[in-house]
Design a protein around this ligand. Sequence first.
Ligand SMILES: Cc1ncc(COP(=O)(O)O)c(C=O)c1O
Length: 376
Amino acid sequence: MKNGSQISRRGFAKILGTSAAFAALRPSLSMSAPALRLVSGASPAAAVVRLSSNENPYGPSLLATKAMTDAFSLAWRYPDEHEQSLVDVLAKLHGIAHEQILPGNGSGEILKVAAAAFTAAGKKLVLANPTFEAILAHARTAQAEVVNVDLTPHYAHDLPRMLAAAKDAGLVYICNPNNPTASITPKDQIRAFLAKVPGQTIVLIDEAYHHYVESNDYESVIPLVKQYPNLIVARTFSKVYGMAGLRCGYCVARPELIRRMRDQQTWDSLNIMALVAAVASLQDTEQVEQGRRRNSEVKKYVYSELDRAGFKFIPSHANFLMVDLRREVRPIIAAMHDRNVQVGRVFTALPNFMRVTIGTRPQMETFVSAFREVMA
Ligand SMILES: Cc1ncc(COP(=O)(O)O)c(C=O)c1O
């Protein structure tokens, strides 16, 4: 996916010569475990600290790993019943009907089918700038006009301006917390927006980083689906559940919207491994709390090191962080890479900011020492 001169995640990895041949050593859940090591196939000895894609370095729940091992023998079967099991568990978790849930091959697939269903020539997409841009590419494929609305000076969505643009839009995309800024848009502003947006405009709120938020100004809008027939809420198993490589996400909405999105979806797009792992993850009573706590502790360490080094950052409500370098990020990304630390790509709206995923404590110690060297 490309957004103007912005480079996609995959394109970026290729430029750095690290795309295809990564093999991840399965991370252990124990606190004393070594940091996740990613080894380039081209150069097996070189350990790369990967802080570029907002992944969860602690990996999936052990319950998920066990469920997948047990499911190997089912690989010959289509995944229908397993998808149904996930829907059952999610329906109970959120207190909604089965018809209100659509699982997807990652929440990326949810964004794709939403763009296909609700944008087209004459049905524009409204989204923030900068934000997670996957849906923008899909809307362009659907021939839709795209309206970018700059974030506010506090890095929240500028909802009054997005509302003005939404009057004749097919779809409004709100990413909360927002990627790449890790900022939140306060709950009262989201509620005011939903109350005013025209009923025929669909609003998709992406809660990929929901579990990491610790602010009272934030809420999940899943309970508001009952109230707003035009609301879709997307979630993923790629972040706190550590399943980015497995591909599983879902959305919650009224049945009519779910039907329209399902019409755009590949049949059987989720695989059995991802489905059993997702169900097992939801049964792990500790993973989310532990993930949030670890992320928060390591983030505090990074905050304090950045303070000591004299760098400001956008307060983060997610598992990544935007650091203000006060100079162009592009050469710094390359210099970090030379020291085996991969950080996020360039975001054209914030060319002096570096996006860094919060990894494990040892990973972030490596980051801090490389960062100090590069910025000296
Ligand atoms: C805000 C946001 N939404 C969706 C996704 C896609 O996640 P998934 O792995 O579920 O496709 C990402 C991935 O980084 C993201 O940052």
